[in-house]
Design a binder for this molecule. Structure first.
Ligand code: PEP
Ligand code: MG
Length: 962
């Protein structure tokens, strides 16, 4: 067996890897290999696999024994292609060392550039380039990065806040600039840089206690070690947690020949997107800087320039785009970006460098985008036949729809308000909140339930935890590709960057702009779509997806693809109407208890509760009936013939009675009974465990007249609309059933009411009687319950509560500990626990349908709008999910994703089944031959052959959970 391969080479139009090898080579490594294969100019290099990362952590940070030899061989190949040698005195090759996980983690892990500059190689590089300034500039950059990344962070040294080596070196550089009276790095001459390099060495020695390494190979291995170590760094761990990236993936390391964008005026560097990632517009979009290295563009140290004339901002007429400054190179770059987008069939985020008039591509990856642009790009790409509709649907994440449903600043309020400052519109939408100046403060204030806007000079990956909890991010520096912009866009967060007029002072916790000073806690409002900042709280408008034509088109495709229907939980005609606008196909849950709290009803409700006899109770119920009938009439009318599930009264009666002394006294007067009598009734209703007490169908069983009144109100409303020739489809739902007998008891009452109303009103209409499945026993005995119930709706709030034995109302007391210590991966009240609760659901569906094959099944717990749970509901073949109106579009999209995934799985299984069938034939032949020999040995072998063959031809496991 050949030894494992740990190093994959690329360059010279060839590559060991390709784009499909992301798991092994990381996104960056895989795409560098692919670009190399496409003949795109990529500096040669190699990628050390993610398996080395796993080995590194499994073996006390040691490398596989064969890695060194492989790496040296790859360096030899690079040297040959570049015509330069690593660690050479006359013609030295420098390299970059970069991280690259499967899925991109912008800025979360480490990079070291210019590796290989030492006292041995520096003179040779100066002689070769004839540019001493360039060499010392590269050297000071290497020292800044290396001391920070390798000598401090990877070594686990924790310097006091603000005293990190990088900050100290930056401080020193600023001191030299101030002494010289210049503001830009480019204004430092060779002597300044030489002196700076000497002082850098002294500072490093003093702060870290070690010399800066003067050996090319020591630098290279130090860089590799730092990248692997950064996988478990604080920033990367916190980003992974937020993004749900598994720890086991590990990172790859790419080592690549350095090319320089800072070799003078014919050199440049830039970052670009094949489409505008903020709006989705199909226009080549990006930023560049002449005579600079990549970090200058991303870090916001210098303000980058627009790439082309078309994307210049209003106030950028005077600045030179790359298109104007270097037209031929721009044309070449434009050609490459088109090739890349066509090849990858998706928007690419690319990095390039121009070294003395030659263009090199350093990176391509699928570009991050916000929800609005994700939708627009997906639809446009279908229209231009780049992708098919299902691919377009898969490209939009359900959470991204959420962004579209986010608020914007009210334009009328905006017109009246004076603009405080203007920046670049990095993340669209509106946000309003209190200013905080550090990520830690943002996290702390958000914990207290405050809405904050994080204001920084510029953000760094250390700020991600604060950025994540902020309503919006505002930075004084940086461009559209700065850290803040990239991260905010990935999360669909409102964000404004490069707001140059802001003077942000994090130590005094103030920001000044145009003579005004704002302090921590002051309110500001951001219009992230236009880059405008306002003082104070401006009103925000709810999102309006209905006017987004790309969204509407995408959703028509979504609806064609999905199998699962999507309904809404709505208790009022207004909510129902809103949900219809969002595409709801019916109501999956109307909770009737909310209807009794109105000031005009609560009196009659309480009268009913304290009633001592059936007669007086019926009298009170008769007062409630017209109200209920009106409620149902309004909802049925809004739903215009779509199915409407109405659940009978569910909560314990004591919830309707007052809890305090004065309220009790007032109510006693209103009800015409003594305070003592009322108190006695309240105490009679008191329960130790109300959630497991007298609620749900148990109410209707103890007081059948409640069920009769509600059923009558439903059917009278249905009769009225039928007479008006408006279609109705009521589905009456009995809550909290655990036995068939309970259901039957209620069903008789409901059907009697229906028959009576139809007779009285002289009309006929269809209706169904079904039940909620929210008690484990109901799921276990679903085959019995389905004998009478015409539909099931899984009440996963209660089902989760009762399966785990976690009180829905008290879970907050211990759940944070469970999540922190990973006893639970997610909150089961948000995402269905597929292994436990899910098992009951699947059992319930299957057992129910074993009795009644056409049983209609849905879900109406909170999980009905959560994407992972929606997919689960699809897999267990429910008919519909039901969720709050604003989650309806998300559920529609998640349902389409589920269908697409199911199709892909089936397609992937088909050839396997064929293959297996072939194998079975072959196995049978061999078996026959073997049997002919009639030896005991051959009999054993027949048996052992038959078994796997049988396994292989077994039908694919029934669609459902895995
Ligand atoms: C449920 O239990 O999931 C449900 C929808 O009912 P409720 O939340 O009203 O108890
Ligand atoms: Mg319930």
């Amino acid at each position: 067996m050949s030894p494992a391969k740990y190093v994959y080479f690329f360059g010279g139009g060839k590559a060991d890897g390709n784009a499909a090898m992301k798991n092994l080579l990381g996104g960056k490594g895989a795409n560098l290999a692919e670009m190399g294969k496409l003949g795109i100019p990529v500096p040669p290099g190699f990628t050390i696999t993610t398996e080395v990362c796993s080995h590194y952590y499994a073996n006390k940070r040691q490398y596989p024994a064969t890695l060194k030899a492989e790496l040296n061989k790859a360096i030899g190949k690079m040297e040959k292609l570049m015509g330069m040698n690593f660690d050479d005195t006359t013609n030295p090759l420098l390299v970059s060392v970069r991280s690259g996980a499967r899925s991109s983690m912008p800025g979360m892990m480490e990079t070291v550039l210019n590796v290989g500059l030492t006292s041995k190689t520096i003179p040779g590089l100066i002689a070769k380039t004839g540019n001493e300034r360039f060499v010392y500039d590269a050297y000071r950059r290497l020292m800044m990065m290396y001391s920070d990344v390798v000598m401090e962070k990877a070594a686990g040294i924790e310097l006091a806040h603000g005293g990190g080596i990088r900050e100290q070196l930056e401080h020193e550089m600023q001191r030299v600039k101030n002494a010289k009276g210049v503001s830009l790095d480019t204004q430092l001459d060779v002597n300044d840089l030489k002196t700076l390099c000497d002082s850098f060495k002294a500072i490093i020695k003093k702060v870290i206690g070690k010399e800066f390494p003067d050996d090319s190979y020591e630098q290279l291995w130090g860089g590799i070690h730092a990248v692997f170590a950064s996988w478990m760094g604080k920033r990367a761990v916190s980003y992974r947690r937020i993004e749900g990236i598994p720890e086991e993936w590990g990172t790859a390391v790419s080592v690549q020949a350095m090319v320089f964008g800072n070799m003078g005026d014919t050199s440049a560097t830039g970052v670009a997107f094949t489409r505008n990632p903020a709006t989705g517009e199909d226009v080549f979009f990006g930023e560049w800087l002449p005579n600079a290295q990549g970090e200058d563009v991303v870090a916001g140290i210098r303000t980058p320039l627009p790439l082309n004339k078309r994307t210049k901002g209003e106030d950028q007429a005077a600045v030179q785009s790359l298109e104007e400054a270097m037209p031929a190179l721009y044309k070449q770059l434009d050609g490459i970006q088109q090739t890349l987008e066509k090849h990858y069939k998706d928007m690419q985020d690319i990095e390039f460098t121009i070294q003395e008039g030659t263009l090199y591509m350093l990176q391509t990856r699928v570009g991050k985008r916000n929800g609005q642009s994700a939708i627009r790009m997906a639809v446009n790409m279908v229209e231009s036949k780049l992708i098919d509709k299902e691919t377009a649907i898969s490209r939009v994440k359900p959470e991204q729809l959420d962004e579209l449903l986010h608020p914007s600043v009210d334009p009328i309020a905006e017109k009246k308000a004076g603009v405080l400052a203007k920046g670049l519109p990095a993340g669209p939408g509106g946000a309003c909140g209190q200013i905080v100046f550090t990520a830690d403060d943002a996290a702390e204030w958000a914990k207290q339930g405050k809405k904050v806007i994080l204001v920084r000079k510029e953000t760094s990956p250390e700020d991600v935890h604060g950025m994540h909890v902020a309503q919006a991010i505002l930075t004084a520096k940086g461009g559209m590709t700065s850290h803040a912009a990239l991260v905010a866009r990935g999360w669909g967060r409102c964000c404004i960057v490069g707001c140059g007029t802001l003077d942000v002072n994090a130590s005094t916790k103030t920001m000044s702009v145009n003579g005004k000073t704002l302090r921590e806690g002051d309110y500001i409002t951001l219009n992230g779509s236009k880059g405008l900042v306002y003082e104070g709280q401006l009103s925000l408008l709810p999102a309006d997806p209905e006017h987004n034509l790309w969204y509407k088109k995408l959703m028509t495709w979504v609806d064609k693809v999905r199998r699962l229907n999507v309904r809404t939980n709505a208790d009022t005609p207004k909510d129902a109407a809103q949900a219809i606008l969002f595409g709801a196909e019916g109501i999956g849950l109307t909770r009737t208890e909310h209807m009794f709290f109105g000031p005009d009803r609560i009196g009659a409700m309480r009268e009913m509760i304290v009633a001592q006899t059936r007669e007086t109770r019926e009298k009170a119920l008769a007062k409630l009936l017209p109200f209920q009938r009106d409620d149902f009439y309004g909802i049925f009318k809004a739903m215009a013939g779509k199915p409407v599930t109405i659940r009978l009264l569910d909560p314990p009666l004591h919830e309707f009675l007052p809890q305090t002394e004065p309220e009790t006294a007032t109510l006693a007067v209103e009800l015409g009974i003594t305070v003592e009598a009322l108190k006695a009734r309240i105490s009679q209703l008191h329960e130790l465990n109300p959630m497991l007490g007298h609620r749900g169908c148990r109410l209707g069983i103890a007081y059948p007249e409640i069920t009769t009144m509600q059923a009558r109100a439903i059917f009278e409303a249905a009769a009225m609309l039928t007479k008006e020739k408006i279609k109705v489809l009521p589905e009456v739902m009995v809550p909290l059933v655990s036995t068939l007998a309970e259901f039957k008891h209620q069903e008789v009452l409901i059907r009697n009411a229906a028959a009576l109303v139809m007779k009285e009103q002289g009309v006929r209409f269809k209706y169904l009687v079904g039940t909620m499945i929210e008690i484990p026993r109901a799921a276990l005995t679903a085959n019995e319950i389905a004998r009478d119930a015409e539909f099931f709706s899984f009440g996963t709030n209660d089902l989760t509560q009762m399966t785990f034995g976690f009180s829905r109302d008290d879970v907050g007391g211990f759940l944070p500990y469970y999540l922190e210590s990973k006893i639970l991966a997610v909150d089961p009240f948000q995402t269905i626990d597929q292994t436990g609760v899910g098992e009951l659901i699947q059992m319930g569906v299957e057992r129910g349908r074993s009795t009644r094959p056409d049983l209609k099944v849905g879900i109406c717990g909170e999980h009905g709008g959560e994407p992972a749970s929606v997919k689960f509901c699809h897999r267990v073949r429910m008919n519909y999910v039901s969720c709050s109106p604003f989650r309806v579009p998300i559920a529609r999209l998640a349902a389409a994703h589920a269908m697409i995934e199911e199709k892909a799985k089936t397609a992937a299984k088909k050839p396997a089944v064929k293959k297996a069938a072939k194998k079975t034939k072959a196995a049978k032949k061999t078996a026959k031959k073997a049997a002919a020999k009639k030896s005991t040995k051959s009999i054993r072998s027949i048996k052992s052959m038959k078994k796997p063959a049988k396994k292989a031809t077994k039908k694919p496991v029934k669609k459902g959970r895995k």
